[in-house]
Write a protein of this length. Structure first.
Length: 342
């Protein structure tokens, strides 16, 4: 029998990224990740995945998880990801993700996983810590490596997980002296370009969709008045001046980054525009700039809510993703010595 071989080299780079349906998507998810997805779809072969299995690492209400899985996919499309350009699918619809994850867990060390900062942060907030929360980065590595991914666009909170995915790929390739997995490159925007949007109530914490206090988050589906209220009550730093200084003015710097990315104005332009005007006027304008960015997304989201529309997109996505995933899984199973299915 012929052994499964490495795939032929590709001309176009392949991009993979996932978003968990663990809450209502935030402006942080949009500016740090989704906005870049919409750009990359024109220059790469893109796979964008609703990573529902990742969401199960912390307790989820089944009905909410079901609805949010559909909603995250709708938001992908509403933000501008074109299902004809990019493959949009649900992680659990391609069982190869879980199968590869187990195989990779058997090549990952316990100490590597316990070092992960996101694990430590999330575990500290849970009453009961599941083993899934610990092994989450291995499933993420499987998501990426399964598709021979070249590049992974993520916010900077995912940097450590991506480094682990690279380490695992190198380890496996070295063990078998063969390029079983492509070693993926991160695509992480710097902070001032949206790599880490911070919580409006605590600029030392990142904006997170599952945060306990929703006042610190701007959800992409928040009504305009809620957005205005949240920005008005956002914490600021001492002094009245508006300038970019992550260390000494973390709150204002975060608001400036949001303003800049939503309006297209540079940080210098914003600084000049609001020189001497204080925080009030700046926040008022910021709220309008954010509302203008989010309103078209919300309109498209509503249009996609007709039954069957998003389900069809996800079904097509699975049909495109699965055949890309299986050859890599089968090759790795073969090299590990697992008996081939006849
Ligand atoms: N605050 C953020 N700034 C910039 N990028 C961010 N991302 C998340 N928060 C920010 C990026 O969004 C993508 C999807 O994230 P995820 O669903 O994989 O989960 P996460 O990174 O753990 O994001 P959240 O919103 O904080 O979710 P919960 O609360 O469930 O943990 C990723 O590319 C992420 O980097």
């Amino acid at each position: 029998m012929q052994r499964p071989q490495s795939p032929a080299p590709r001309i176009m780079k392949r991009v993979f990224s996932g978003v968990q349906p663990s809450g209502s998507l935030t402006l942080g998810n949009y500016l740090g990740a989704l906005r870049n997805f919409t750009k990359l779809q024109h220059e790469a072969e893109c796979l964008f995945c609703v990573v529902d299995l990742h969401a199960l690492t912390v307790p989820q209400d089944p009905k909410e998880l079901y609805q949010r899985t559909l909603d995250v996919a709708r938001i992908f499309v509403a933000c501008g990801i074109d299902p004809k350009q990019a493959t949009i699918f649900v992680q659990s619809h391609v069982p190869a993700h879980s199968e590869l994850s187990w195989l990779l867990e058997c090549t990952t060390y316990d100490g590597e996983l316990r070092r992960m900062t996101q694990y430590k942060d999330k575990a500290a907030k849970q009453e009961v810590v599941t083993s899934g929360l610990l092994t989450y980065p291995v499933l993420m590595a499987a998501d990426i490596l399964l598709y021979q991914t070249d590049e992974v666009p993520v916010g900077d909170d995912q940097k450590q997980h991506l480094e682990l995915a690279r380490d695992i790929a190198v380890r496996v390739n070295n063990r078998f002296d063969e390029a079983i997995f492509k070693v993926p490159k991160p695509y992480i925007p710097p902070r001032a370009a949206g790599g880490r949007i911070m919580n409006l109530q605590d600029p030392m914490e990142k904006m997170s969709k599952s945060a306990e206090n929703p006042r610190g988050n701007i959800a992409l589906l928040d009504p305009p008045d809620a957005i205005r209220r949240k920005i008005k009550s956002a914490v600021t730093d001492s002094g009245r001046e508006i300038y970019y200084d992550e260390e000494n003015k973390p709150a204002v710097s975060n608001l400036m980054v949001i303003y800049s990315l939503c309006s297209g104005d540079s940080l210098e332009e914003i600084q000049d525009k609001y020189a001497g005007s204080g925080y009030g006027k700046f926040k008022e304008d910021l709220a309008e700039v954010v509302v203008e960015t989010i309103t078209p997304i919300q309109k498209r989201f509503a249009e996609l809510s007709e039954p069957g529309v998003i389900e069809d997109i996800l079904s097509d996505g699975r049909k495109k993703a699965e055949p890309l995933a299986i050859p890599t899984l089968e090759r790795f199973q073969d090299r590990l010595g697992l008996l081939a299915r006849s």
